[in-house]
Design a protein around this ligand. Structure first.
Ligand code: MGD
Ligand code: MGD
Ligand code: SF4
Ligand code: MO
Length: 713
């Protein structure tokens, strides 16, 4: 029996797993012992990675849609030239930016790097990632506050912190191994604090829970800053030595008084004072935020309002501290620095002359061959298709028909496309329904590459199983199209993922995310390596944090206080839409749009088959609704959808909470974005609902006609 260590390619923890292989089959999967991230533990998704051994159920060959609507299987060579010819034809007919791509945070670093090279450098067009739905806010917040998109923490900080504050994060469900690190914290007096409108699974396990009003964290943190200042709890030395913009910030927060707190953020003055005392009495206070913060109409400023609190109390760069953004997908961190979408390979702006010179030298191409500007954002791509400007789309490793906000806008968009390539390990995903070309590729257990986790740790994915005939990887599919496009010498040095890794290393030289000291072989069977690791360096410790020297990546070396007056909520509750529709992860076993996890029988066995939402018992009672009843939810976006009700006091009376794993969820979310990050505001949609009688459930509006339910929302 052979043992192969590889990386779990679900969430951003990037647990390492040992795959035991015999006769071309995985017979056992165990979490790697001694690996610093997960040391012998993992969640059920990692344990079930072997269930993806036979995912390409139909055929490993590509398919092209025919005039009569059927899909015809073709050879890979034919598939490559069809896509390449069509991309060129569309560009010639409608202009360079009439084709676009949507990439992902779930492929290997090398795979989205080569996609960025083909689409952004060679075809000079737009490629955004599903990371826009997820981490874009943290990226912009880091860049503006710290000077580079560099989350500074290491997971060990959870064990070393005496006051752990989660904001809009539910790690008990979404990052179970991160939560395990909290439980490994041996401090008997440690305090766990959760700020979340909903009593999440993490809130249920916390010492303090502050039910902030939806999307009002910004008020809370500005008010908290004022309280900390009034009480003299600021760390003047730290502020003076390592930050800039503090005086303006002090002036700015003067207006955020406690007497407005209840109305502005839903918390009583005593609660905010208590939180201030908790922060002040902690010696090592850490702040951890995820999608409750990143997904909002003023999300960047909200993330920075957390960073400001860490900076003003000197809780950064020391063990157990930090303003720490928790990443979602297994390689979101890699895609942020190496996808050539928002910044160059290895970071840096597309207009920076020094970066242009460096990248062109490493890639061996003229500077004019490099992308000249950051990509148009995801929403602009979808709008571009709906408005008829974009005619060709190539998506990989993402399922936007399901996950995109206001997802009917995606459904209407793709009907207008002349070329729609879907590259996935399943041809059954919702997004593939309207595709004109389907590229089936092998899953993670059959390929190689590099992943970067939430604490900047690189780890190796290595093939556990051999490939069958005609089975190819994402890397090979993209390379195939690149060659068919006639890229020629522009693909020299990109022949294999390992070659690509070498290029990315060189692109990173001298940058904050420098990985020139990491080698392809060195990552194998290793403890993973956090960036930065410069050539010639060897990591002194397995777990390293940034900012220990108080130096940031801004020109002055100081972190910046970033702040702005809160803007008016574009979608407040109204008489017509009096309930807030909150969305997020539903269970540890379910992954996003469920294409992968519904394959796992023991997850399927305990998961709800139909879309459901949580409703407060009082709301249910007054609307005469019982557990398992159907409700039809109507959204401000004009759409409606059916959900089963679960009655639970973990949501407030004005709140409904729906897990994202059902396509109905994003039928209702709005087209509202943060102005700086363009990340969708997924978690606060005003809705109303009606009870739906059992016999009508599942029927369309037309079929229901006169029988419509009683309006009670
Ligand atoms: N099992 C499982 N694990 C996953 C995933 C999965 O699909 N399944 N997905 C992965 C990915 S890509 C990501 S990004 C992460 C997401 O990880 P998390 O962000 O931790 O998960 P969510 O459930 O999206 O949202 C967290 C919380 O934000 C709260 N929230 C909503 N609005 C607000 C608000 O205005 N303020 C505050 N303070 N809180 C608010 C919600 O009530 C929810 O409890 O999970 C990762 N892990
Ligand atoms: N309402 C609401 N909506 C949300 C969110 C929310 O909190 N609320 N969260 C958002 C967030 S944070 C995220 S990250 C997105 C996630 O949204 P998506 O990225 O669209 O969701 P996934 O289901 O992870 O899609 C991944 C796809 O990749 C395929 N795949 C797996 N492995 C491979 C591979 O090796 N190669 C290829 N080519 N394909 C592969 C899978 O089969 C699947 O179809 O959802 C967003 N949507
Ligand atoms: S915690 Fe994340 S990385 Fe670890 S096994 Fe679960 S899904 Fe995989
Ligand atoms: Mo995410």
């Amino acid at each position: 029996m052979k043992k192969i260590q590889s990386t779990c390619n679900y969430c951003a923890i990037d647990c390492n797993m040992d795959f035991y292989v015999e006769d071309g089959k995985i017979v056992k999967v165990l979490p790697t012992r001694g690996y610093p991230v997960n040391d012998g533990f993992c969640c059920i998704k990692g344990l079930s990675l072997d269930k993806q051994q036979t995912v390409i159920k139909t055929s490993p060959l590509p398919k092209i849609r025919q005039a009569d609507g059927t899909m015809k299987e073709v050879s890979w060579e034919e598939g490559f030239s069809h896509v390449a010819d069509k991309l060129k034809e569309l560009q010639a007919k409608y202009g360079q930016e009439s084709v676009a791509g949507i990439s992902t945070g779930q492929l290997t670093m090398e795979e989205f790097a080569i996609f960025g090279h083909v689409m952004r450098n060679y075809l000079k067009t737009n490629v955004d990632g599903n990371t826009r739905l997820c981490m874009a806010t943290a990226v912009v917040a880091h860049k503006q506050s710290f000077g580079f998109d560099a989350p500074g923490y290491t997971l060990k900080d959870l064990e070393l912190s005496d006051t752990i504050i989660f904001v809009g994060a539910n790690p008990v469900v979404a990052h179970p191994i991160l939560w395990r690190r909290v439980r490994m914290n041996k401090d008997p007096n440690k305090k766990i604090v959760v700020i979340d409108p909903r009593r999440s699974e993490t809130a249920m396990n916390a010492d303090y829970w502050y039910p902030v009003k939806w999307k009002c964290d910004l008020y809370l943190f500005y008010t908290l800053a004022k309280v900390l200042l009034d009480k003299g709890y600021a760390d003047k030395e730290y502020i003076k030595a390592h930050t800039e913009g503090f005086e303006e910030f002090r002036e700015f927060v003067k207006d955020f008084t406690l007497d407005q707190a209840k109305e502005c953020c839903g918390l009583k003055p005593e609660q905010i004072e208590e939180l201030a005392e908790l922060i002040h009495s902690g010696k090592r206070v850490s702040f951890w935020w995820t999608m409750g913060v990143n997904q909002g109409y003023e999300a960047v400023r909200t993330a920075q309002s957390i960073i400001n609190i860490a900076l003003m109390t000197g809780n950064i760069g020391r063990p157990g501290t930090g303003a720490n953004s928790i990443t979602g997908q297994c390689n979101a961190m890699g895609s942020r620095a190496y996808s050539n979408t928002a910044v160059f390979f290895g970071g840096g702006d597309f207009t920076n002359p020094a970066r242009r010179a460096r990248i062109s030298q490493v890639l061996g191409v003229d500077e004019s061959m490099l992308a000249a500007k950051p990509t148009a954002a995801y929403n602009q791509i979808i709008e571009g298709i709906n408005e008829g400007r974009i005619k060709g789309l190539w998506i990989l490793c993402t399922n936007p028909r399901h996950s995109w906000t206001n997802n009917e806008t995606f459904a209407s968009a793709v009907k207008k496309l002349e070329l729609f390539v879907v590259q996935d390990i399943y041809d059954s995903i919702e997004s593939a329904e309207e595709c004109t070309v389907f590229f089936p590729v092998v899953p993670g257990i059959k390929k190689e590459g590099t992943y970067i986790n939430l604490e900047r740790r690189l780890s190796a994915m290595r093939p556990c199983l051999p490939r069958g005939e005609h089975e190819i990887s994402d890397y090979e599919a993209i390379l195939g199209v690149g060659r068919a496009l006639g890229m020629g010498d522009m693909l020299k040095g990109w022949e294999t993922p390992r070659d690509c890794f070498g290029l990315m290393k060189e692109c990173s030289r001298g940058m904050p995310c420098d990985i020139t000291g990491v080698t392809w072989e060195g990552l194998e069977n290793s403890h993973g390596i956090q960036w930065p690791l410069r050539e010639g360096e060897s990591p002194k410790e397995d777990e390293r944090r940034l900012y220990e020297d108080g130096k940031f990546y801004t020109p002055s070396g100081k972190a910046r206080f970033q702040f702005q007056s809160p803007v008016k909520n574009p979608l407040p509750l109204t008489e017509e839409f009096p309930y807030m529709f909150n969305t997020g992860r539903g269970s540890v076993g379910q992954w996003h749009t469920q294409s992968r996890t519904k394959e796992v029988q023991f997850v399927e066995d305990v998961s709800a088959a139909e879309a459901y939402l949580f409703m407060n018992p009082r709301t249910a009672e007054c609307c005469r609704i019982q557990e398992n009843d159907w409700v039809r939810v109507y959204s401000v976006n004009g759409q409606n959808a059916l959900f089963r009700v679960r009655v639970s006091d973990r949501v407030g009376e004005q709140e409904l909470y729906a897990p994202i794993h059902y396509i109905e969820c994003n039928r209702l979310t709005p087209s509202v974005y943060d102005p700086y990050s363009k990340e969708p505001s997924y978690k606060a949609t005003p809705v109303r609902f009606e009870k739906e009688h059992e016999k009508m459930a599942g029927k369309t509006d037309d079929e229901m006609g006169e029988e419509a339910g009683v309006c009670i929302g």
